[in-house]
Ligand binder design. Structure first.
Ligand code: SF4
Length: 322
């Protein structure tokens, strides 16, 4: 089928405060993901955009079954992720991979590059005789020149950009169809970001990957993704083609994000948002529209009624103005 990933009313709610707080009536539920619905077509690249705490990383973890939903459903290639267990989970893990933000979340500093890249092959039961060849090919894929010279090196002997390519090679070595990249260049120097992003785009196109690119940075999402989903406090605010969103943002939150990015200069993408920094405490979101207390267009209805995403042209927008 055309759709690879189908998310329907997905929720990830969890208790904070523990048993003691619960006894005193103080525990609260954080709705990290709260009723999110979208489909991803095969070969599509979708950016998940929002400030920290908006639920984009939680959404990425749900998509890879690193966390289970507490409500709703996620289907991968027609199969409900909640039903995927044991041997089928192993198969799923080889088809869907995470590219980490921090290289040291993905690789052990005491392992050589060879050992780092052997591990997933070994876990997948690839015979030893084939591994070296696959490792060299994966390093070539991410454009590390003369891959053989890296095999016996340790992570600290590589530059940040080289290390992030190794992380990418590790995620790609089992030839997945679907990757979730979580802020993959945020730890890198601005000067090497473009190089790593170019490798990501190139590999994605060559392998025909379906990709989710998680970022707080609209300029980076624009560089990588044809479609963007804007999230805020666990909910989707706007979902549409990246060019439409950059050219004419509709949702007031998207407008603020776009206004903060003097596109196309990615170096200045950290200007303060015109609506002020920082989402409200996720344990205590506003009633009605979760964006209400920062929204310049908030009106009475926004306090009482949650806006559901509705089609506006070819986009979906969750706002009572539409
Ligand atoms: Fe602003 Fe109301 Fe739209 Fe929410 S629903 S974004 S508060 S106008």
């Amino acid at each position: 089928p055309e759709v690879l990933v189908s998310v329907h009313e997905a929720r990830l709610h969890y208790q904070v405060g523990g048993a003691f707080a619960a006894m005193r009536g103080k525990s609260t539920v954080v709705k990290a993901v709260d009723g999110v619905t979208f489909d991803i077509r095969r070969g599509e690249s979708v950016g998940l955009l929002g400030e920290s705490g908006c639920g984009k990383t939680s959404m990425g973890r749900l998509l890879l079954k690193l966390e289970d939903t507490t409500g709703g459903s996620i289907h991968f290639d027609g199969e409900e992720l909640g039903e995927v267990r044991r041997h089928r989970l192993k198969k799923f893990r080889s088809r869907a991979q995470l590219i980490f933000q921090n290289p040291f979340d993905a690789i052990n500093p005491r392992f050589t590059i060879r050992a780092t890249l052997s591990e997933p092959l070994e876990n997948a039961g690839i015979p030893r005789s084939e591994r070296e060849d696959r490792i060299v090919k994966a390093l070539e894929l991410v454009r590390l020149p003369e891959p053989e010279q890296f095999l016996d090196r340790y992570p600290h002997q590589l530059s940040g950009g080289q290390l992030q390519r190794v992380v990418m090679a590790r995620a790609l070595i089992l030839q997945p169809e679907f990757v979730v990249a979580d802020e993959p260049v945020s730890m890198l120097d601005v000067s090497v970001r473009a190089g790593v992003l170019n490798v990501f785009r190139d590999v994605r196109d060559r392998l025909g990957l379906t990709a989710i690119y998680i970022s707080h940075d609209l300029a980076l999402v624009r560089y990588v993704c044809e479609r963007t989903i804007v999230m805020y406090l666990g909910r989707i605010m706007e979902d549409g083609s990246t060019e439409d969103i950059v050219r004419e943002p509709l949702h007031p939150y998207t407008k603020a994000l776009v206004a903060a990015v003097p596109v196309p200069n990615p170096d200045q993408s950290h200007d303060p948002l015109p609506i002020g920094r920082g989402a409200p405490d996720p344990r205590n979101p506003p009633s009605g529209c979760v964006f209400r207390d920062r929204c310049p267009s908030a009106h009475a209805r926004c306090a009482s009624e949650v806006p559901e995403p509705r089609p506006v042209g070819s986009r979906l927008v969750a706002c009572h103005l539409f």
